[in-house]
Design a protein around this ligand. Structure first.
Ligand code: 9WN
Length: 460
């Protein structure tokens, strides 16, 4: 029985949570694609788009499919899905580094798509196949025309998704370790996390012209965004990638930031699981299906290699320095996100999740995991990825908890998440102890995961 204080109870009322979430997506809708946020992020971001498509699925499965189609229209010849597709109508000073900054690299690259000046040269975690699977499930419940359209969409997108995953499993993993190499913290999606401290500290920033920080104007207080010192490193790494003309062989040879990202790799495992289902609908060859299966298995083995018995978390690995990168962050739950088969591993991870290092901290406003543990020396409750709670990460955790057979935990996470959004709004991230909205307001992916949670909750 749902209690009156349950946010699911009020969601269907006009002005309720679902209606407000829908309003955010509709206001940020640019017609075929959705701005990540109204002011701070005026472009189309890759993994945001995948989460956003999950939200759109509950409003209109065709529109959800369109979100991903527009993104995949900018796929590179290598299979890479760029981390940003720039909105050419946005004023150039609204985001940095923008289209013109990347343009100096991309048109030179033989791998860039026909509209090169419109994308960045980086990529982001591959949530896309999971989103496609969600669209398929929702369309399946609707039946009729929605289902027929969704089938056509899956058939069209499948080869592009396959090429994307193949790129990650090969060009981004020449070692065949099962783990994806990232060239920049922005590729992780958890940009300012202490996960990258050790690798960033080694980097000497060369000559750089002064760069603007429009992101600082998009938040109430600059302490919610990365420091200047971090930004110099981010921009320097972009500069080096541009100088290499986005050539991945050259980047692998000399780039100073070359890191095996366990959370990215875990998402790829889950996405490969989803891709197998899509491959079935698209009647893909047995050969392709066994390749996908092989990537997923290799990913699980790779994560197992990165287990840290002391922290009882999975750690990223700095390829250049040949050492793990210790940090107590949500990234450490990568094997749980991937659904690793080893029961001891899962038990240990659930214990850490429940401990005072994460959900068991008695001071938390809601029992939701801080992005960096309050017990980590680099914890900062207000700064981007260094402590605040991120609803999209909670969605990934929820999805995985269901799949590893932990429905009660998943339900608790869903309810706490909805309560957080009900009281705090559709923030980009939240202060873990007070629940205060931080970063951007009306963040599209937050509204999107809220819609998915509300629909999943009401369907049960
Ligand atoms: C850089 C859009 C993106 C998210 C990332 C988040 C933040 C960008 C920034 O915003 O990154 O890509 O300018 O800080 O860290 O995960 O995709 O929402």
């Amino acid at each position: 029985m749902i209690s009156m204080s349950d946010p699911k109870d009020v969601s269907r009322e006009p002005g309720g949570l679902a209606a407000r979430a829908e309003g955010v997506l509709r206001r940020n809708d640019e017609g075929g694609w959705t701005k990540a946020a109204p002011e701070l992020y005026p472009h189309q971001w890759s993994w945001d788009s995948a989460f956003i498509a999950v939200g759109w699925a509950h409003l209109d499965t065709r529109r959800a499919a369109r979100e991903l189609e527009t993104l995949f229209d900018h796929q590179w010849a290598t299979g890479k899905i760029p981390h940003i597709v720039f909105n050419m109508e946005a004023p150039p000073e609204s985001y940095f580094p923008g289209a013109e900054h990347w343009a100096a690299a991309a048109p030179d690259s033989p791998d860039a798509p026909p509209t090169p000046a419109r994308t960045s040269g980086l990529c982001q975690p591959p949530v896309h196949a999971m989103a496609v699977r969600r669209i398929w499930e929702v369309a399946g419940n609707r039946g009729g025309e929605a289902l027929a359209q969704a089938r056509g969409f899956l058939e069209e997108l499948y080869p592009k998704l396959f090429a994307w995953h193949r790129y990650l499993a090969t060009i981004r993993d020449p070692e065949e370790s099962g783990l994806v190499t990232i060239y920049h913290p922005w590729e992780s999606g958890t940009d300012n996390s202490p996960r990258w401290n050790g690798a960033l500290e080694r980097i000497t920033v060369g000559d750089l012209p002064p760069h603007p920080r429009p992101d600082l104007k998009g938040v109430a207080d600059p302490s919610q965004r990365p420091t200047e010192e971090k930004y110099d490193r981010y921009i320097w790494l972009v500069e080096l990638i541009k100088r290499a003309r986005c050539n991945e062989g050259a980047i692998y040879e000399s780039h100073p930031f070359l890191v095996k990202d366990v959370l990215f790799s875990a998402i790829l495992v889950r996405a490969n699981e989803a891709l197998l289902g899509i491959a079935e609908v698209a009647r893909a060859s047995d050969e392709e299906r066994s390749m996908i299966q092989g990537w997923a298995e290799r990913g699980l083995r790779g994560l197992e290699e990165r287990w840290d018995p002391e922290l009882r978390l999975c750690l990223d690995y700095d390829l250049r320095a040949a050492r793990p990168l210790p940090a107590r962050t949500v990234g450490g739950f990568a094997p749980l996100i991937a659904g690793v088969g080893n029961p001891d591993r899962l038990e240990a991870l659930l214990e850490v999740l429940d401990s005072t290092a994460f959900l068991g901290d008695p001071e938390l406003r809601w029992p939701l995991p801080p992005s960096t543990s309050p017990e980590d020396p680099d914890f900062d409750p207000r700064r981007y990825w260094r402590g605040p709670v991120w609803p999209v990460f909670n969605w990934l955790l929820w999805w995985s908890l269901i799949r590893i057979g932990e429905p009660e935990r998943a339900e608790r996470l869903l309810l706490a998440s909805l309560k957080q959004l009900e009281s705090g709004g559709f923030g980009e991230y939240f202060e873990p102890f007070t629940g205060e909205l931080l970063g951007s307001d009306d963040q599209s992916w937050t509204a999107a995961v809220a819609l998915d949670w509300l629909e999943s909750g009401t369907r049960r």
